[in-house]
Write a protein that binds this ligand. Structure first.
Ligand code: C5P
Length: 230
């Protein structure tokens, strides 16, 4: 499956910012948004209830990583917020990923973070003592996540092909680092356009600054959505 709506990363610090931003969209326009750590830790579950109350879908990106029992209990709490998708760190291991799934009280997709894009190969070898290439580690984590029953992974659009080949076509690849043609790249290193992300088989794209910092977020959102679906 491919989600037609680009996921908008709500990278704002406050509740007020979220309210102002979401008010720019017509009420009948149901969005898919990403709520991350900053927003969740700063505002609590209330922010999720608010966004959900407006009828939007939610990707709650909290990247859980703890002992299986703790992750299972956390998932039980979070799933009651009726979110649509959540994340865990693949490095937490197979038991932790199974426990994450087992904790769900309501259906939600769980996808894994493999190697963070801020981790270089040198850093991974030195700090994590994983003596393979970064790409091999990403693919290994993707395969293990699938074995553990997860729905997919967060990855670079440039890794989608490799991951699908190592797992299966229906294994979700959710890709940030998406920039429409001509948009500022910011601190993203390896970007891809929405159209190219569609061509390589990405299932979900996540777009933050090009939309939330735009003069006209509604227009830019529609432009990106069109590129993603064309
Ligand atoms: O503003 P921008 O479009 O770069 O935002 C992308 C979003 O995706 C941000 O919330 C960022 O934290 C997240 N993300 C990312 N790269 C990853 C994982 C998450 O850009 N590897």
């Amino acid at each position: 499956m491919r989600e037609e709506r680009p996921i908008i990363a709500l990278d704002f610090p406050s509740f007020e910012d979220i309210k102002k931003f979401l008010a720019l969209f017509p009420q009948e326009e149901k969005l898919y948004v990403k709520v991350g750590m900053e927003l969740f830790y700063g505002n609590g579950p209330e922010i999720v209830r608010y966004v959900k109350g407006l009828g939007h879908s939610i990707f709650l990106d909290l990247k859980l990583h703890d002992i299986p029992n703790t992750v299972q209990s956390a998932m039980t709490m979070l799933s009651q917020l009726d979110v649509d998708m959540m994340t865990v760190h693949a490095a937490g291991g197979v038991e932790m990923m199974r426990a994450a799934k087992a904790g769900l009280l309501k259906p939600a997709k769980i996808i894994a973070v493999t190697q963070l894009t801020s981790t270089s190969e040198e850093n991974m070898r030195d700090w994590q003592n994983i003596q393979t290439s970064l790409q091999e580690s990403v693919v290994n984590y993707a395969k293990r996540s699938q074995e553990a029953g997860l729905d997919g992974v967060v990855c670079s659009a440039h890794e989608v092909d490799l991951i699908k080949k190592a797992t299966s076509e229906d294994f979700i690849c959710l890709t940030p680092g998406i920039r429409p043609k001509g948009a500022a790249v910011g601190d993203q290193k390896r970007v891809m356009t929405p159209h190219d992300a569609q061509l390589i088989g990405s299932n979900y794209i996540v777009v933050g600054r090009p939309i939330i910092q735009a003069q006209d977020p509604l227009a830019v959102y529609h432009q990106i959505k069109e590129e993603w679906n064309s």
